[in-house]
Write a protein that binds this ligand. Structure first.
Ligand code: NI
Length: 254
């Protein structure tokens, strides 16, 4: 049974066939999904999915690209969702200096704020970080993520950054990018990282693996990711699926 630790099934790209697709996952061996919030609109849609489907869990948090208009009242609603029985993480939170270069201080403020909230609510974090490796590592240290626990989702940095995060006890989320032909650096990181610290994720509808690169992604394509990790590690895909599932159950307390 595959555990997809990062999905956005509330995205409008799933509007035409959301229920049909979600109901087909079990037969395809997908047993658990975390639907991750990104903006305030995704709070209710994520909560609805977790209440409708026993195998869907939620993560409560605001993505660094969606914090410009964020208020403390909004954050209070996010905190309330943290206390929902199906909410298992705070995320996605973090820094994105690739898409948003002009508000780094505002991004850091809300990353730290939500990391503190995760600790207070006793939930692990799901971190998004792009073009912001150094600031992410330093905030992770200052905010005590070694104690809070969490995953660096869609890990895309060097082996050195992986080491710094692994040393803090954090997990690395691996998705479709690992199947891309130009993903040599990421393949080195996967080879280097202990299997008991890796998680499978889609980030769907984004980042579909080969041979579906560029198409709409879904949990159905995760076997391609597991196969590539298995190839790098020299083990079977079944072992990758089993161990990453155990990792996710441990981290998210399911
Ligand atoms: Ni995401």
């Amino acid at each position: 049974m595959i555990f997809d630790t990062h999905a956005h099934y509330d995205d409008e790209k799933f509007d035409p066939d959301r229920d049909e697709l979600l109901l087909s996952l079990k037969d395809a061996g997908i047993g658990r999904i975390i639907n991750v919030m990104s903006d305030m609109d995704s709070l209710e849609s994520t909560r609805d999915l977790t209440e409708r489907y026993p195998f869907v869990y939620g993560a409560a948090g605001i993505h660094p690209s969606d914090i410009r208009e964020l208020t403390m009242e909004d954050m209070e609603r996010v905190r309330q969702f943290c206390r929902h029985e199906k909410c298992v993480a705070v995320g996605e939170i973090g820094l994105d200096y690739y898409w948003d270069k002009d508000n780094p201080e505002q991004q850091r403020f809300w990353f730290e704020f939500q990391a503190d909230m995760a600790r207070e609510e006793k939930l692990p974090v799901i971190v998004h970080s792009r073009d912001a490796a150094e600031d992410t590592v330093s905030i992770a240290k200052e905010a005590g993520l070694a104690d809070t626990g969490g995953v660096m989702h869609c890990f895309s940095y060097s082996k050195e950054i992986a080491k710094a995060l692994l040393d803090m006890g954090l997990y690395l989320g691996i998705g479709g990018v690992i199947t891309f032909k130009n993903a040599r650096k990421l393949a080195e990181t996967v080879e280097y990282s202990p299997l008991d610290r890796l998680l499978l994720e889609t980030d769907c509808p984004y980042l579909a693996p080969e041979p579906y690169r560029g198409k709409r992604n879904s949990s159905l394509y995760l076997p391609f990711v597991a196969d590539r990790i298995a190839e790098i590690k020299g083990i079977t895909s079944e072992e990758v699926i089993r161990i990453t599932r155990e990792n996710a159950m441990r981290l998210f307390g399911i």
